[in-house]
Design a binder for this molecule. Structure first.
Ligand code: GLY
Length: 352
């Protein structure tokens, strides 16, 4: 088992290994010794695969366990689901010395984490990510949120987990396309911070090297979060491909999953930024090679106007200017403030 430690507003471990979910009870007891009751939050697909056994693992460790299940998918990442979870916690008399345990992918983690941040003004929160994307990115770093009608992740809170448990064996039950979505975020990590990782995953299948790759990504994220927990500076590098990616997700009414949208977003921003003269080299061929290896999209069917309209309402826009993440070389990206109006040109050139 590998351990990555984060020292932010909370200090916590990310545990990575094969089969470690079996020891979740002991890990939670060590990280949160006062917790008596665990509220497991999950979705219907994960529940069918792991719900019963996971509840048993926690009960065997002495916890009282309650479980809330909602429908799988991005459309569940809503204020309605949040309200239902909060009512469920209230009705089951969850107290400040209890914990929420998110068992699932990014939607489960983000929504359950937001609930943990506001219920009783904040309770213990454990992440047990079951998708590759959640293991390498969304379960770590304390960003929690739900979507609003006006855009993705527009209501949320920074609320660090007390522990993250990544069991690589759980990746074996993922659909191939869901696994690929996580690969998009891993390609992102290579592009923003680690050329060797980028080259490694271009040569070696992620599926055969999951523990190594997850530890690399989480270590990169840990360094970034410890330097900029509140996302006012370098943490924005983690948004490479995301500004346009979020617009693609929203335009598709969330039918295109996050990882696939980010994949296309990385291509569009890299090509468009180069064509517009704000990036010294066109890195889109390198990114395309990596995306092809993992069967990820390299573009989308939406027009520049459609994407631009959504991008303008994205939360990263600050008035007249938007901060974009632009590749400087493989393994290093930079933040560039551009006039929001300029994004139309970048998207249009990136789509061509
Ligand atoms: N997923 C981007 C971040 O955590 O900042």
């Amino acid at each position: 088992m590998k351990t990555v430690h984060i020292n932010a507003s909370k200090s916590y471990d990310i545990l990575i290994g094969d089969g470690i979910i079996a020891n979740s009870g002991e890990f939670i007891l060590q990280a949160c010794p006062n917790v008596k009751k665990c509220a497991v939050i999950t979705d219907d697909i994960v529940d069918a695969l792991y719900g019963e056994s996971f509840v048993g693992i926690l009960q065997n460790a002495g916890f009282t366990v309650i479980k809330y299940v909602f429908p799988n998918g991005e459309k569940s990442k809503s204020m309605q689901t949040l309200t239902s979870i909060l009512n469920f916690l209230g009705e089951n008399e969850i107290t400040r010395s209890d914990a929420i345990v998110a068992l699932g992918g990014g939607v489960v983690g983000d929504t359950a984490g937001f609930a943990a941040s506001v219920f009783l003004r904040g309770i213990c929160f454990i992440q047990v990510p079951t998708t590759l994307l959640a293991m390498v990115d969304s379960s770590v770093g304390g960003k929690t949120a739900v979507n609003l009608n006006s855009g993705k992740n527009l209501a949320g809170a920074f609320w660090q987990p007390n522990l993250v448990i990544c069991d690589c064996n759980m990746l074996k039950t993922l659909k191939a396309s869901t696994f690929s979505d996580g690969c998009a975020e891993i390609i992102k990590y290579g592009m923003i911070a680690d050329k060797k990782l980028f080259e490694f995953i271009c040569k070696n299948p992620i599926s055969e090297n999951a523990e190594y790759v997850i530890e690399k990504c989480v270590s990169i994220k840990a360094d970034i979060v410890m330097n900029d927990e509140r996302d006012t500076g370098i943490r924005q590098l983690l948004n490479f491909g995301h500004t346009i990616g979020h617009a693609i997700e929203k335009c598709s009414n969330y039918d295109i999953p996050h990882g696939s949208a980010v994949a296309a977003g990385m291509m569009i921003i890299s090509k468009g930024a180069y064509e517009c003269g704000i990036c010294k080299k066109d890195f889109s061929p390198d990114i395309e090679k990596a995306l092809n290896k993992y069967s990820l999209p390299i573009g989308c069917d939406f027009s520049a106007q459609e994407l631009f309209d959504v991008t303008l309402s994205d939360k990263k826009r600050s008035g007249q200017f938007t901060t974009l993440v632009i590749p400087d070389e493989i393994g290093n990206c930079i933040l560039k403030k551009v006039e929001s109006e300029k994004i139309f040109d970048i998207i249009q050139k990136g789509l061509n």
